[in-house]
Ligand binder design. Structure first.
Ligand SMILES: Nc1ncnc2c1ncn2[C@@H]1O[C@H](COP(=O)(O)OP(=O)(O)OP(=O)(O)O)[C@@H](O)[C@H]1O
Ligand SMILES: [Mg+2]
Length: 224
């Protein structure tokens, strides 16, 4: 469904070059929960940015449903990201003067009754019904992250890209967030970046990175 081909991200600073990602080949299968793990600085975020089109490759290419990012005009890549991808980051990036419901609707492609209904359902599924009219500062950190999840899922994305969404949470709350995301598998794929292997017990497949390179890939059968 999504595939990277020998993709690299190179930073040039002063005299030297850093390969944040070096010739990585990754495939994301339909509906799977793919974990991306590795120590700090190993290139996890960089690989996620390349896969999701937030950064363009220095070398190699990425393709979604057979369409290579290089072949897409810039506007088309933005459209692909908006329509087919969902994003969750370590920081929730909620808008502080909008309610929970309004923050979820910010992600909706169309501000119509179908979207409003889906926002309501997601808010209920994520256990935020009572908080629906609150502002972000009136929520716990874990609740805020759940709002960010609802916002990311509002358009039923083909792939959800999550970069350390549990890093700011305690263990129990972190596990809740992973469970909620894992629940989405089947509807769409999840690419989940973390430095904490414990967060990946539910993953279908785990890719391990070090120094910008993929050093291992592990299949976890029986997680579905
Ligand atoms: N803007 C930049 N300029 C130069 N080098 C960078 C830049 N951003 C990242 N790097 C380097 O690229 C490498 C990979 O960084 P990246 O952020 O992808 O790692 P990470 O695995 O996500 O780390 P963390 O777990 O700390 O988030 C690191 O060596 C980092 O120093
Ligand atoms: Mg990172």
């Amino acid at each position: 469904m999504l595939e990277t081909r020998e993709v690299s991200l190179i930073y040039r600073n002063g005299d030297g070059v850093t390969y944040a990602v070096k010739k990585a080949n990754v495939r994301v299968n339909q509906g799977e929960f793919l974990g991306l793990v590795g120590p700090s600085g190993s290139g996890k975020s960089s690989l996620l940015y390349l896969m999701s089109g937030l950064k363009s490759a220095s070398e190699g290419d990425v393709a979604f449903e057979g369409n290579s990012y290089q072949s897409l005009q810039n506007g088309k890549l933005i459209e692909l990201r908006r329509k087919r991808y969902g994003f969750i980051f370590q920081q929730h990036f909620l808008i502080n003067y909008l309610t929970v419901f309004e923050n979820v609707m910010v992600g909706a492609l169309e501000q119509n009754s179908v979207s409003r209904q889906r926002a309501k359902e997601l808010i209920a599924e994520l256990g935020l019904e009572k908080q629906s009219r609150r502002l972000p500062w009136q929520l716990s950190i874990g609740q805020r992250q759940r709002v960010a999840i609802a916002r990311a899922l509002i358009n039923e994305p083909a792939i959800v890209f999550a970069d350390e969404p549990t890093a700011a949470l305690d263990h129990a709350t972190g596990h809740q967030v992973v469970d909620l995301l894992a629940h989405y598998r089947g509807h769409g794929s999840i690419v989940f970046v973390t430095h904490d292997p414990e967060m990946l017990t539910q993953a279908d497949r785990v890719i391990r990175m070090r120094d910008g390179e993929i050093i291992a890939e592990e299949k976890r059968n029986g997680n579905r």
